[in-house]
Structures are given as structure tokens and as C-alpha cells.
Design a protein around this ligand. Sequence first.
Ligand SMILES: CSC[C@H]1O[C@H](OP(=O)(O)O)[C@H](O)[C@@H]1O
Length: 349
Amino acid sequence: MTSPTNQVYPIVWQDDRVMLVDQTQLPNKYAVVEIKCCEDMATAITTMIVRGAPAIGVAAAYGMYLGARDIETEDSETFFQELEKVAQLLRQTRPTAVNLFWAIARILKAASETIGSVAEIKEALLETAKAIQLEDLQTCHAIGDRGLEALPANPDKLCLLTYCNAGALATAGYGTALGVVRSTWRAGRLARVYACETRPRLQGAKLTSWECVQEGIPVTLITDNMAAHCMNRGLIDAVVVGADRIAANGDTANKIGTYSVALVAKAHKIPFFVAAPLSTIDFELATGMEIPIEERHPSEIYQVGETVICPPGVEFYNPAFDVTPAELIAGIITEKGVVPPDSLHKLQF
Ligand SMILES: CSC[C@H]1O[C@H](OP(=O)(O)O)[C@H](O)[C@@H]1O
């Protein structure tokens, strides 16, 4: 939903249901989907009606509450057995964004720590989901402001390149990478943002462009294969992207194609930043090689709109993410500050 200041909130709890901006319909149609049960929330995550690592976490948290609400028992042992089934349903939606698993674990912890009736436990889960959402919104604003401080001081107005959509639509609002863009714009230090379209799902073309136009931020849309040329021609001062999961050594999983952009930025000595909340860091994974990479349906490659772009008989490989090695990352922008990728252990809480 949008506020009078054109702020976008992709997930809103309203009365007794979750309202989701249907991101598969943007930018041509602004549609809102009502979610009243955990099964529909799981489908919304899998089909990317709601997407983006932090947003997936918030959606899963509400999905856990919706599932708990439908468990019809007063017996706590039975309730927790059924709640685990809800958690398993949501865990199976998408494998890469660690925020999903972190949010589910946080809800389960809240349930186990609540002393009271099943009804009181259910209420605690709703309050926890709301808290996760508010925390993420506050975190994104902090990431935006910390990121502004980390960007090159010269030139005074920057041209930033971003990839995919790590904006308000991918979070509880404001965005991570696009949060840095917003803070830079509001500080009067942004000349323009270059948005890579981000094949095959085109989150950059459809979502990042839409967010920037909504807010009046100058945005230039480029195809992914133009990023190197733009950097070679001196059009880009820094790159800021989001993240779906960061390993303990700083290796970062993000939308497929991010690794290529990082390699080209390194070749042109352009700083490449990752913007992400601490909840995206998975300290249980030593390196990025352990991060599970989602593979999605081939139709995302062979179909553009209604058009099939290749002949029958070809085979497909559709990994939705890739892993950028820590040595290509100038800094990881978190709500606690900007840290070198090899110093994440200092942030472990
Ligand atoms: C703020 S993190 C957003 C992150 O999530 C996107 O993936 P998807 O659209 O498939 O959910 C992409 O990797 C973004 O960087």
C-alpha cells in the first residue's frame, strides 16, 4: 500500500487478514491480494506475489500466525505439533532467503516462550509478526542512512547502479539497496540511479523503476548486458545491491547476475556494496558455497510475456541466485554500520 508521501508498504495487516501488493502485476497494475490462511501465504511467496528476502520473512511471520489461528485445539502439545506443520509448509516455499527461516524460528521461539493458553499464544504470534515487520522498516531506514555515509565523497552527486529490486517492495518498506538510494536522494547527493532490468523476472525493470518513478528519483533502465559498458564509460560511481543470504565469510547470495556485476565493478575499480539487515547473515554457513540456490521453472526463461523466445527442443537452467565472493565486495551495509565482508563475525549477536 502507499502512503501520502508515496512510501510503498508491500505487506499490511488489516483487520483479520494480510494485504499484499501483488508484485507480479506491477508496473502495469497496482493490485492488492488478501491473504487469510497460511496456505495462501505460502502460495504468495512461492509465486512471488510477495518477494525479496526481508519481505519474505515478514510474510512468513504473518503466515505462521494465520496457520496458528486455524489450529483448533486447546491442548498445547497438539497445538505445537500442528504449528510445526505450518512452519514446514512455509519453509518449503523458497530455499535461499535466510530471512524466511529466521522469521519462522523467531515465531516458534515466541510461541514456546509464551506462558498462557493456546489463545494467548496465538495473540503473541500476531504481535511478534507485527514486531518483525516494524523492526525491518526501522532497519531499512538505518541501512539507508549508514549506506549514504559509506558512499564515495566525490563527486558530490552520485550515479549509483543497482540490480534486481531491493526496495520497499522487497522489505517492510524503504528498502535496503534502494534504501541507500533513497537516503542519498533525500540528502541531495544522488544524480541518478541506473537500474539493471534483471532477467529473467525483470524485477529491476518492473519494480525498481516503478519505485523510483513513484518517488521522483531519476532512474535510467538498462539491460543487464549494458552494465559493463556503463562502467567502462565512467557513468557509474558505485554499485549497491541487496542480499538474500550472506555467509559468515561475507560471500553473498543475491539475484542471478549480481556476481557478473561485481566482477565488472572490480575490473573498473568501482566500489560494490551489499546492503542487508543483520538477519540476512547466516553465521552457520562458513562460505557462500553452502548457500542453497533456488532453481525456478524454465518458463521464466523461455517466455517473455506471452511470447515464447526459443524453439522446442532446448533445455534450460534457471538458478534464481548466484554468489558473489567476499573479495569483490567493498563493504556490507547493515543497520549497525558498514563492515568489510571479512569482519562480519564482529557483528554476531
Ligand atoms: C532486499 S533483498 C531483495 C533481494 O531479493 C530478490 O530476490 P527475489 O526477487 O527472487 O525474491 C533479489 O535477490 C533482491 O536483491
